[in-house]
Design a protein around this ligand. Structure first.
Ligand code: NAP
Ligand code: MG
Length: 502
């Protein structure tokens, strides 16, 4: 492994990230860094080269059991849920500062583990620190209410919000650090304790974050991190009888398995799942802004974004102009290794995802759609895929209906101003995560936003990355809302107390 990291590809890595990536990795259980109970490990690949850069413990059901026991003890008898809210705020603020202080290192690890271009990873790290700060502020604002009751007699009745307990969190590989923070920050703010299972493809930054959480001074057992496979470690966490709540982000298919696994103890479940999100460009839109934004909506992060704008609807009057612009934008994007400063988009996460996306592209062509996007030759074994834009698609084609999770967009013209018809087309999907609307006509924008069945809508922007705005899915895009005040509902239970004063 160290020989791989000493190759020229990694020469730009800072000393601390190189040291961390090349170190002997352990999992965090009850404040101690441990190997898997089985002693097994698995390989971590750099998706930009296809080479193994690290090995991490292959946690299984036994390790999940130990982690849940630690989280339970920390919740029932540890200081964390009993700490004054302002103290939790202070610790979380310290964590945010440390994330920022370690920003370069975390971004470099992300570039190697996930393949993101370094500049993109850096922006992401800054965003995670802001998410922690936003959530930290809520610790002191979790109030219940007094309630005026109507039953006879004199009463003092009130509600309180209590931490839900031990939380299992299972996250995907597309934004490894942000996904960990989106899950951890609200759970910790309200006083929950956590067992986190990162995606098998991207375990490194979750483990690095574990060290930073230790450095910040969180009590042992509050955050436990178990690396391992979904079918074993993930399934054991989702099914565990002593886990009070499970929070999951990933595919809709796995989300359904999580729901099944939760039935044993009817643990609370929240799900942030897939999407096939529409972007609408009306002829009066500022096309200078809308066109590159529509391209970024699908090509950013090589399309590995749950809210990617993968169905692009453009009014016929401007269809050729916008779609040619999107194709041109895709063709000009520098696709390369995360550590190469010229790269604008990186590789897909794995050989499997690369093959999956290539299969969709081939299928689209077989089914008769026309593909645009310059062919590319990549002089590396990384999992690169060139951007593709499809036109002449039909509604029942797989590329129009299914989440591809790659830099592949279907562009469709629309030619009337029938809002109901436009909304019906947007809603013709099992998903409902996001929709983008580009127009200068405010009345049209608001009317359409109302009619679209999706958890987030942006007008003249694509997906605002803002901690205060709730995010989540209608239909099969999920249950519950992350970010904003709403996420606190996922991690708290409301208790009502009625006191007879008679
Ligand atoms: P996935 O199966 O949904 O994986 C997400 C997380 O769930 C990972 O940590 C995974 O562990 C874990 N997991 C898998 N099976 C599990 C089980 N039975 N019980 C508990 N946890 C389990 O996604 P994927 O296989 O990596 O990607 C497949 C497709 O999912 C993508 O092509 C994309 O369409 C979609 N996806 C969506 C998002 C999103 O943000 N909405 C993110 C990623 C992927 P392992 O890492 O070990 O599998
Ligand atoms: Mg990796």
């Amino acid at each position: 492994m160290s020989t791989v990291l000493s190759s020229s590809r990694y020469a730009s890595l800072g000393a601390s990230s190189a040291r961390f990536i090349g170190s002997a990795h352990r999992m965090l259980i009850d404040g101690r860094w441990v190997e898997a109970h089985s002693g097994k490990t698995f390989d971590v690949f750099d998706p930009g080269t296809g080479q193994v850069v690290a090995r991490v413990p292959e946690g299984g059901a036994e390790d999940i059991g130990l982690a849940v026991r630690a989280a339970r003890r920390a919740f029932e008898t540890g200081p964390w849920p009993r700490m004054k809210p302002a103290e939790r705020t202070r610790l979380l603020m310290k964590l945010a500062d440390l994330i920022e202080a370690h920003g370069d290192e975390l971004a470099e690890i992300e570039a190697v583990d996930n393949g993101k271009p370094l500049a993109v990873a850096r922006r992401g790290i800054a965003g995670t620190a802001e998410m922690v700060r936003y959530m930290a502020g809520w610790a002191t604002k979790l109030n219940g209410e007094t309630v005026d009751v109507s039953v006879p007699g004199e009463w003092h009745a009130y509600t309180s919000r209590e931490a839900v307990g031990v939380v299992g969190q299972i996250i995907p590989w597309n934004f490894p650090l942000s996904m960990a923070i989106w899950k951890l920050a609200p759970a910790l703010t309200v006083g929950c304790t956590v067992v986190l299972k990162p995606a098998e493809q991207t375990p490194l930054n979750a483990l690095r974050l574990g060290h930073i959480i230790e450095e910040a001074g969180f009590p042992p057992g509050v955050v436990n991190i178990v690396t391992g496979f979904g079918a074993t470690a993930g399934a054991a966490l989702a099914a565990h009888e002593d886990v009070d709540k499970i929070a999951f982000t990933g595919s809709t298919a796995t989300g359904k398995r999580i729901v099944e696994a939760s039935l044993g103890n009817l643990k609370k479940v929240s799900l942030e799942l897939g999407g096939k999100s529409p972007v609408f460009v009306f002829p009066d839109a500022d096309l200078e802004r809308a066109t590159p934004a529509a391209a970024n909506a699908i090509f950013f992060n090589a399309g590995q974004v749950c809210s990617a704008g993968s169905r692009l609807y453009v009014h016929r009057k401007v269809f050729d102009r916008v779609v040619e612009g999107v194709i041109g934008h895709g063709d000009q994007l520098a696709v390369g290794h995360g550590l190469d400063p010229a790269s604008q988009i990186g590789p897909l996460i794995s050989r499997q995802q690369q093959e999956r996306v290539e299969r969709y592209v081939a299928l689209g062509e077989e089914e008769g759609a026309r593909r645009f996007g310059a062919p590319r030759v990549f002089d590396s074994d990384g999992y690169f895929v060139a951007p593709s834009v499809f036109v002449d698609t039909a509604p029942d084609m797989a590329i129009r209906r299914e989440e591809i999770f790659g830099p592949v967009v279907c562009a469709m013209p629309f030619d009337d101003d029938d809002l109901e018809g436009i909304a019906a087309e947007a809603n013709r999907t099992e998903f409902g995560l996001f929709a983008g609307i580009w127009t200068r006509n405010l009345s049209l924008a608001h009317k359409l936003a109302r009619r679209i069945k999706a958890g987030s809508v942006s007008v003249n922007a694509h997906m605002v990355n803002e901690p205060a705005l709730p995010f989540g899915g209608y239909k099969q895009s999920g249950w519950g809302r992350e970010r904003g005040r709403e996420v606190l509902d996922l991690y708290t239970s409301v208790k009502s107390v009625a006191v007879s004063l008679d």
